[in-house]
Write a protein that binds this ligand. Structure first.
Ligand code: SF4
Ligand code: SF4
Length: 442
């Protein structure tokens, strides 16, 4: 099988050996669940339950509010306690519906159906009603992604199974333990785009996954693409370019390159929604790092606290100095574990050393390594300088918005400059200003 790759990128410490092969363990929920109304991009969902209401597992508790919003469902049965503002993994505050768990896990009646009997509209409606969003981090509502303006022209459905973030192995386990669930989701998406071919895009450090998935692809219009293990192979634009040779920039969507891209966990959620009529209630999360007692892959009810996920992995064997929600490259540092797991939480990492904040940045030595390794082919060092000086005009002129915030530049910089952090802050300012109509960046 030909190995595909891209220009730039890095080989960070893998860390996957801690949980690779650790079977996904179902984790029980605690006494209270916290369902954020902002688990997706777009406007916060609107609660449709009130204090004192009894809810069932799978019951819709908040409705979408606008075109790129998503429904939210309870992942346990219990009683609505009210709405509480809580800190999210991103650091932002969000309203959460709090449910007192009755520990009975009584479910709504899910309506299973056959894919061959469903129309395009029915498939999309099921995905929308299930509250499925991109679970790799972006939280873009999946039914919107699957409704491009040019559906007849879409020719490639990419399953992002690169799992290029170090330490995370949830997708790896899904592919080896439940490959048929991923296939079910992919077949549902392919039914929406009959002119398209499916591609399972897997890095070459996951040979077991290729072995598990290959027999399932044989009788379908689906092919496995083997990718060279390199970070950030799974970044959406990088993946599209590697697999199809088509380039898109930050102003474009994958559909502009005639592609749809969804990650492994999202494909599972699509399959569950379309075939089993189940809303998004649970997700896989890798709990790992040298400070975690028993690193594990867990299937957790959405809405549990990160603290409970840590406890399910035995808690900490040493005092963690750095805790991250997500992967080590693109995740968010947590200052508290009392933060709910959302639809986009892929990992909880705890390290006994905080290498980044312990290293003092020094002046740039013009080694050029950040430029060489940047997959966006932009100039991290100059962009970080513009960002630090608040020079928005130059930041835009030098294509700062093309940064995918992969973290390669900071990782590789021998002067330990916080390049990604500076660029990310400026991007956030500009995107916020764009939302308010103060600046045009896209
Ligand atoms: S500038 Fe952005 S895209 Fe380039 S390496 Fe840094 S974080 Fe990644
Ligand atoms: S990697 Fe660091 S030291 Fe080298 S050019 Fe980039 S910013 Fe400067």
């Amino acid at each position: 099988m030909r190995l595909l790759s891209f220009k730039g990128g890095i080989h960070p410490e893998d860390g996957k050996e801690l949980t690779k092969g650790e079977k996904i363990v179902r984790t029980a929920a605690g006494d209270k669940l916290y369902y954020s109304l902002s688990q997706h991009i777009g406007a916060p969902s609107v609660p449709i339950v009130s204090k004192g209401d009894h809810v069932l597992r799978g019951q819709m508790i908040a409705r979408a509010n606008g075109n790129v919003s998503a429904f939210v469902h309870a992942s346990v049965s219990g009683t609505v306690e009210g709405i509480e503002k809580m800190r999210m993994p991103s650091g932002n505050m969000a309203d959460c519906i709090v449910v007192d768990n009755d520990h009975e896990m009584r479910e709504v009646q899910f309506q299973a159906d056959k894919l061959e009997e469903m129309t395009r509209d029915e498939i999309l409606k099921r995905i929308k009603n299930a509250g499925v969003v991109g679970m790799g981090g972006a939280g873009f509502p999946t039914h919107v992604k699957l409704s491009p303006p040019n559906p007849d022209k879409i020719d490639s459905i990419l399953v992002n199974a690169a799992e290029c973030e170090p330490y995370l192995t949830g997708d790896y386990q899904r592919m080896t333990e439940e490959p048929e669930k991923i296939m079910t989701g992919l077949l549902a998406v392919l039914k929406l785009f009959p002119g398209a071919r499916g591609y399972l895009c897997i890095e070459d450090n996951k040979k077991d996954c290729i072995t598990a998935m290959e027999p399932l692809c044989r009788d379908h219009n689906i092919e496995i693409k083997c990718l060279r293990t390199k970070y950030p192979q799974g970044a959406e634009r990088v993946l599209i370019s590697t697999v199809t040779g088509r380039k898109i920039n930050s102003k474009m969507l994958p559909a502009d390159a005639l592609c749809i891209v969804d990650n492994v966990e999202t494909m599972v959620a699509i399959g569950e929604a379309v075939i089993n009529g189940k809303p998004l209630m649970d997700r896989t999360i890798t709990v790992t790092g040298d400070a975690v007692k028993n690193p594990k892959n867990l299937s957790v009810p959405i809405g549990i606290l990160h603290r409970e996920a840590a406890d399910a992995a035995g808690g900490f064997s040493k005092a963690p100095q750095k805790i991250i929600s997500g992967g080590p490259m693109m995740g968010n540092a947590l200052i508290s574990l009392d933060v709910p797991v959302t639809k986009t939480s892929s990992g909880l990492l705890a390290f006994s050393e905080d290498v980044v904040s312990e290293s003092e940045p020094s002046a740039c030595m013009n080694c050029g390594r950040c430029v060489e390794d940047c997959p966006g082919r932009i100039l991290p060092t100059r962009l970080a300088d513009f960002a630090d000086r608040g020079d928005k005009e130059s930041f835009l002129k030098y294509h700062g918005m093309e940064c995918c915030e992969c973290g390669c530049c900071s990782y590789i910089c021998p002067a330990k400059r916080h390049l990604t952090q500076s660029i990310r802050s400026m991007r956030k300012i500009l995107l916020d200003e764009q939302k308010k109509g103060q600046v045009k960046v896209k």
